[in-house]
Structure formats: C-alpha cells, structure tokens
Ligand binder design. Sequence first.
Ligand SMILES: [Mn+2]
Length: 318
Amino acid sequence: MNKGNEAIIQQILSEIEKYQTVIIQRHRDADPDAIGSQVGLAQLLRISYPHKTIYTVGEEEPIFDWIGKMQSVEELTYSNALVIVVDTPSCERISGSHYFLGAQTIKIDHHVNMDSFADLNWTDESFSSASEMIYYLVAHSKNHLKLDKNSARCLYAGIVGDTGRFLYDDTSSYTFFVASKLLEYGFDAPTVNRFEEDMSPKVAKLMAYVLQNVTILDSGLAYIILNQQILQKMTLSSGEVDTIIPVVGKIATVKIWAIFRENENHTYHANLRSKKMVVYDIAKKHHGGDHPLSSGADAKNKAEIEQIIEELNALLSD
Ligand SMILES: [Mn+2]
C-alpha cells in the first residue's frame, strides 16, 4: 500500500540515518499505542542500527510495563540528538519536558493535526494508530529498518489498543494487513490480548461504579462525573481510569458518551466518545480534540460540564 507520502518518509529516514543519538517520546497519560509505538520504534532502531544510542523518555506508566520501560536522559544529550515524538497531537501533550532541546525534531501522529510542533511533521488520520504508522515507515524504508519479535509485539499492542480490539471505525483493511504481518514475527499474541483486557480489582470496582451511576438520556447520550472523592477513595492513576472509558459504549442504547473526572484543582477533564456522530468540534471548543469520534476536552467547572452535555445532546436531536 502506498499513501502518497514518499517524500516525508524519505526525509524521516534520512534524519534517522544522520543522528548517532535518537530520543523517542510520546504523550502524557500513556496508552498502549503511545508506549507501543514509542518502545517499538526504539527497539527496531536498535536492531537496525546497532551502533546508534536510542532512548525512550517519558513518565513511567507501570500498568504498561509489559510493553516496555522508560529511560532517563541527561539534558545535555538532547543537543546532539534527533527527537522523535509519536502519537502526540500537540506539544503540551508531550511526556518529558526537554524535547525542544533536540537538534532536530520529528512528529509522527495519527490524530487530527492541530499543532505542527516539530521540524518535520508526518501526520495522517487515515492510520488507526501511531503503531500502524511505524510499521508503514519500516515497510517503506527499503530494508533500512528491520523489525524483530519484540518490536512487532509492541506495535501489535499499540494497534490492538487504539482500535479497541479492531472494533473502531478507523480499523481498515491495512490495519488487518499490518496485524497479520506483525504476527509472522512469532510473538505471543494471545498474551498481548490478555494484557490489554486485564484489569486490576480496583479498576473492576470503578467499572461497576460507572455502570451503576451513569446517566443515560433517551437521546442516547450517557455521562458521568467522577469527583475527587471517588477517585481518591479508589486510588486510581489516570491511565487506569482511561481503561474504563469504552465500557459505557457497550450499552446498546448509548450513542455518545462523556466521562468527566475532577482534577485536583477542581477543574475537570472529559473523555468524549461516539459511535457515529462527530464529537471533535465540541471537544475543540473546550480545549480538546483528538479524533472525530474520540476526543478529550476540559471543563473549568460544573457549568461548563453542563454546557458540554447540552452541546452533545443537541448533536443527537438534530
Ligand atoms: Mn494513538
């Protein structure tokens, strides 16, 4: 498959060739695609260029240690390094603070492009995941880049995570092609799938709470507010809270759903999801916006939450 982006692919490959040190970063509040594309790219660069030094930088997210771990890098190292940021729509979302100190920066992302923050930006919403883009990069590298069992496993984990187990509408025939090619490397796919499905007892309790307490309107809009009292009682990381977002969409009558969580400073973060109607524009009005059917947003108080709920509900009554 060729998506007509040969020029940018060749530019990325030639920048990688040039640098002895490559630092790879991804977004905050990591998910399997963020870590999978980051660690997968790092691993495949290490085997493709054994003499280069490759780092993965960002906050640790222990629930994804099964994909791969982070490293620490001296600030000074950045000045001669190529920094590649994967799966991250805007520079405020980057995990790890020194990316801009890099000698050269590259963005590889499948979110709606709202911020071309790097020197070289490859963004394409037609990919299901950043991990799928990394596979594409390898496939178009004229054998300069090589995969192995572990890098294939990381990319597969990212694809399975971002497509909701090949469920969401951005799952294309190319997605299945890539998954099939990755499986040829012989990693233990059922174990990856199991890790993606596993939840801790704490997360199971949150899921039960959400299903018990979610408000479902006749229009097909569902929403819930998780306040600090609940979140602190359950002592959940934000990554753990993220894992329960898809569950509300399993309810057949729900068309659009919003999960609001209170931050420590009493503002709110929202996760908006939809089966069909585009929620991106509403998210963008509230300092968010990632994908057409799946976006984060912010609300400064309860009044803004109500506004978001009204706007989402209006989408369903049009
Ligand atoms: Mn992603």
